[in-house]
Design a protein around this ligand. Sequence first.
Ligand SMILES: NC(=O)c1ccc[n+]([C@@H]2O[C@H](COP(=O)([O-])OP(=O)(O)OC[C@H]3O[C@@H](n4cnc5c(N)ncnc54)[C@H](O)[C@@H]3O)[C@@H](O)[C@H]2O)c1
Length: 354
Amino acid sequence: MKDKYRYGIIGTGIPWKEDNATGFGMANPHCTGYKKTGRTNLVSIADVRADHAELFLKRHDEAAVVYSDYHEMLATENLDIVSICTWPHLHAEMAIAACEAGVPAIHCEKPMGITWGECKRIKAAADASGSTLIFNHQRRYLEPFQTAKRLLEEGAIGTLERMEAHCGDMSDWGTHWLDMMFFFNNENPAAWVIGQLDSREELRTFGVWTEGQAVCHFRFNNGVRAMLVTGFEASIGAAIRLTGSEGVMEILWDSPWLRLRNGHQAGWQEFPSEEGIHSFVGIDRACADLIRALDEPGYRPLLTVDHAIQHTEVIFSLFESSRRRGRVDLPLNTEDSALKAMVDAGDIGPGHHA
Ligand SMILES: NC(=O)c1ccc[n+]([C@@H]2O[C@H](COP(=O)([O-])OP(=O)(O)OC[C@H]3O[C@@H](n4cnc5c(N)ncnc54)[C@H](O)[C@@H]3O)[C@@H](O)[C@H]2O)c1
């Protein structure tokens, strides 16, 4: 345990909607989250855009060393913690390099990666180095999800039987909702995945081709069934719905964010939350949790690579199910992204649904 940990960032960025932003600038809430713990010194940042790096230091009133090559930063700075806040195609090479450089705590943005093979390599690298590698599915720390999990454990809806969720796409938003499903089902592994997708338009999120609409049905080893539907034309009337033997809970897209219906009370019981389901306060808590893992050897934060890889397998299995036109029994034994492979081969994509 150290009083202050040496902290570095790969990929700085400009906050969403500000001038010249290229994305959300997720490094900003990471930096703020670590600063709030009072346990880190930002010693270095790496970005291929010198202008982004310079603005970042000004915004956070910091004087860290700036690198254009993140390999050089990892080799020089003896970091205790590194945040990786670049676009998804860079996560694998950067997370693996951080593991190989021996950084003990790595906080990478979601999603894990853009092929199933590289996600498996990320986990192997973390296992080999012993680094605590977390992926930023920060919603696990937010009030509506924490309250829903507590109510579930208290038996408010009896035994969990089914979960349904809806969001824009599988790999950008879906990575969050699938992560929540595994959270609610106590990280039970999935057994199989079956589904279909439609990709008639070129849609990209952070550079990654995403489907326009999908249906992803899967079963957990403990018998719980789950369904994620994606796309703007799909809906389940909630963000996530948990159905148990004695009631139903819904995470909502708007206030009051969480409601419950069971046999103990007439109508819906609401659980309003100031935080809602999008607040970056979840990132503050993820930062504090990773620091706890450095302080207390053996402590496992809520967002480890072992958690992330379970739901990520469902994403690539859905793509594979569409390619195979059948159910995929896990473990998934492919290396690529079937969605990308089908688009690259011209099997799906613009022009196929005219
Ligand atoms: N957890 C969440 O709620 C959430 C929300 C939005 C975005 N994200 C994720 O965050 C990640 C980053 O997205 P963003 O919106 O912050 O991106 P951004 O475009 O705002 O910032 C990315 C930064 O990385 C830099 N960069 C690019 N290549 C680099 C390299 N080789 N070495 C060093 N720096 C490099 C860019 O110059 C830029 O400054 C994405 O994977 C995205 O999915 C997560």
